[in-house]
Design a protein around this ligand. Structure first.
Ligand code: NAG
Length: 231
């Protein structure tokens, strides 16, 4: 029984790279030992929140980011959850302005394009065209600072924020990170939207139903043939 279980696990572990993403809070500070524990379970990459959805730099990143490096993550991604009430370019500049000391360890800056319930921060009070333009400004701002950029978005969210699946195809040349909590580390479920023919990362397990090392974390997966660094 035991050996057949191990046998079944091997293909999953051997194929692709497994990662986590999280926004640290007072209950979970992601200490060096927490992150070392996560690495010992086979987690190879991490993406950490750098900007709160209410429009401010996430100060905890200044502890969590160096903790991740100490725990042995070679490079780390950061994500920005924008608040539409603020200028697109300024949010990128302020987040990255707070992170200049980690410039060479930042793998990529991910723009988190999803519904934002914070007062004055939502996409729903703006036109689909303006939302597309807003994302373009953020993408350009990340590139202007010489960081790699990517977009986190779901098929459903894209329709709500940009109008429909085929809308706003400006970003098909940058990596897509998409959520689908089906517990399957494969892209077989992917449905094309926003001009993306293929995704780069899948967030396949949701933190509300997942705990590793006693910590709730979202889990992510990249196939072996990915073009991301994380190494
Ligand atoms: C850090 O972020 C805050 C916003 O939370 C901003 O006011 C500040 O200017 C940023 N710092 C730098 C050095 O860019």
């Amino acid at each position: 029984m035991k050996s057949s279980l191990i046998f079944m696990m091997i293909p999953l572990l051997a194929f692709g790279k497994f990662g986590i993403d999280f926004g640290p809070d007072s209950a979970n500070d992601f200490s060096v030992s927490d992150l070392q524990c996560l690495r010992s379970t086979g987690i190879q990459f991490a993406i950490i929140r750098g900007w709160h959805s209410y429009g401010a730099f996430d100060q905890r990143l200044l502890t969590t980011f160096p903790n991740g490096l100490k725990a042995g993550f070679p490079s780390i991604g950061v994500y920005l959850f924008p608040c539409w009430g603020m200028d697109a370019v300024q949010q990128v500049q302020q987040m990255m302005g707070n992170l200049t000391q980690y410039r060479r360890n930042i793998d990529r800056v991910w723009l988190d394009i999803e519904m934002n319930p914070n007062q004055g921060c939502g996409w729903d009070t703006h036109s689909f065209e303006d939302n597309c333009q807003y994302i373009s400004e953020m993408v350009d701002a990340v590139k202007a600072l010489n960081y790699e950029v990517g977009i986190y978005a779901s098929h459903r969210g894209w329709g709500i924020i940009l109008g429909n699946d085929a809308a706003c195809q400006n970003f098909a040349d940058i990596p897509l990170w998409y959520p689908h909590f089906d517990y399957k580390p494969t892209f077989d479920d992917f449905v094309s939207f926003g001009g993306w023919k293929k995704p780069t990362i899948k967030q396949y397990i949701d933190l509300t139903r997942n705990s590793k090392c006693g910590i709730p974390v979202d889990q992510d997966w990249i196939p072996d043939d990915d073009d991301l660094k994380f190494q």
